[in-house]
Design a protein around this ligand. Structure first.
Ligand code: NDP
Length: 363
């Protein structure tokens, strides 16, 4: 490989987290000839990557002087897809040209090259397109496990999942994975500026990403809508057994209210930064369970479960049941030939600070 260039940080800043990043050029401390050398193909900018830079995420990489910085630093980013460009003979499972993703979080993916010395720390994802491969390790695994690991679905029932932030990358994947289980999804998205904008978004989620029905947050919170229109949308003998909450606040109470008796709400994100509030009656009279989900911790406890999940997702992709998130992704192109270090830094900082709501993937 050429020179290693990584986006690193030594400090955190909750108000302007992009400012803690710098682009560092260095020679890796590992012996290149004896290591697996990877070339980065594409990495996403996920909310948790941003939370790490802000210093508000409970899982952080160790900072070190390995990148020839003055202060101990870590490489940003937790997922992304690499191409294997060098593999010593002692590693039997990998070959040059394979596409791989890291098994664990905190390995630092916002980089042009990376070095590994343990092939069990990499999962092969050959056959995927760039955007699916770049987002399968965190969002894909999360979506798959949220749908499959908590509720025992019976195929012949009118089962539903209700989920807020219904246009997030995770939610789009949830809808498709649910569909495979014959489970329908009610996706709630924040109101848009115009009805046309809302309809366009709803059509994309329903036609491309497998959502059964998309409604707005105002409908989610509207008592009349929930009494009159919602039952018609859901159909006869509907069972909303699972609510997936990545927003919190009022939105989480409103999705919890839609659950059937003994239903489960899993909270896996807190985009509104508001606490999860649950009406007392739901806990007492409907026996709702409210629990959390954290992919990082689950993977740490059981890395094989992640490997198995990725393999299941690869099979779904091959069978055409899991489409690429590409259509709704904004690509940020890192031009290796032309970009100065400052251009790369600005590209990624711009992605972090963007407010257009689109998932960013740096290619
Ligand atoms: P994306 O970047 O694809 O989407 C973000 C979503 O959040 C969009 O639907 C957006 O809606 C919504 N959103 C943004 N700001 C707010 C706000 N203030 N109030 C309500 N909704 C808001 O996200 P990902 O799919 O990568 O991640 C989705 C969530 O899942 C995040 O909270 C993330 O941290 C969490 N997550 C958790 C994991 C876990 O293990 N617990 C693993 C993976 C992800 P809009 O278009 O209206 O802006």
């Amino acid at each position: 490989p050429g020179l290693f260039k990584s986006l690193v940080y030594s400090t955190h800043n909750i108000d302007d987290c992009a400012s803690v990043l710098s682009l560092q050029n260095y020679k890796p401390i590992q012996e290149i000839e004896n290591s697996i050398v990877l070339r980065m193909l594409a990495f996403p900018i996920n909310p948790s990557d941003v939370n790490q830079l802000q210093g508000v995420y409970p899982s952080l990489p160790n900072k070190s002087l390995n990148y020839q910085t003055l202060e101990p630093a870590a490489i940003a980013g937790n997922e992304g897809v690499y191409e294997v460009i060098h593999v010593p003979n002692r590693f039997q499972n990998l070959k040059k040209g394979d596409w791989v993703i890291p098994t664990m979080a905190n390995t630092g993916t916002w980089t042009n090259f990376q070095v590994f010395n343990d092939e069990s720390q990499l999962i092969k994802v050959n056959g995927l397109d760039l955007f699916t491969a770049a987002t399968i390790g965190v969002n894909g695994v999360t979506a798959y496990q949220l749908v499959n690991d908590f509720v025992d679905w019976k195929r012949n029932e009118n089962n539903w999942i209700v989920q807020n932030a219904g246009n997030s990358t995770v939610s789009k994947m949830v809808s498709q994975i649910a569909k495979v289980n014959n489970v329908k999804t009610l996706n709630i998205v924040r109101d848009r500026k115009t009805p046309e904008e809302f309809n366009k978004l709803a059509a994309m989620l329903e036609n491309t990403f497998g959502a059964t029905k998309v409604i707005s947050e105002s409908q989610n919170n509207d008592k009349d809508f929930n009494k009159q229109e919602l039952p018609q949308i859901l159909g006869k003998h509907a069972r909303i057994r699972l609510a997936l909450n990545s927003v919190g606040g009022k939105s989480s109470s409103s999705i919890a209210r839609k659950l059937e008796k003994d239903g489960l709400m899993l909270t896996y994100g807190g985009m509104s930064k508001q606490p999860v509030t649950l009406p007392t009656s739901l806990l007492i009279f409907k026996n709702i369970t409210s629990a959390g989900y954290w992919v990082t911790e689950l993977n740490k406890k059981n890395p094989q479960r992640k490997v198995d999940t990725v393999h299941d997702l690869l099979n779904l992709y091959e069978a055409g049941e899991f489409v690429s998130p590409k259509e709704d992704i904004e690509t940020l192109s890192w031009d290796i030939e032309k970009f100065s270090d400052d251009d790369v830094l600005k590209l990624v900082q711009g992605g972090i600070n963007s407010t257009n709501g689109k998932k960013k993937v740096v290619v």
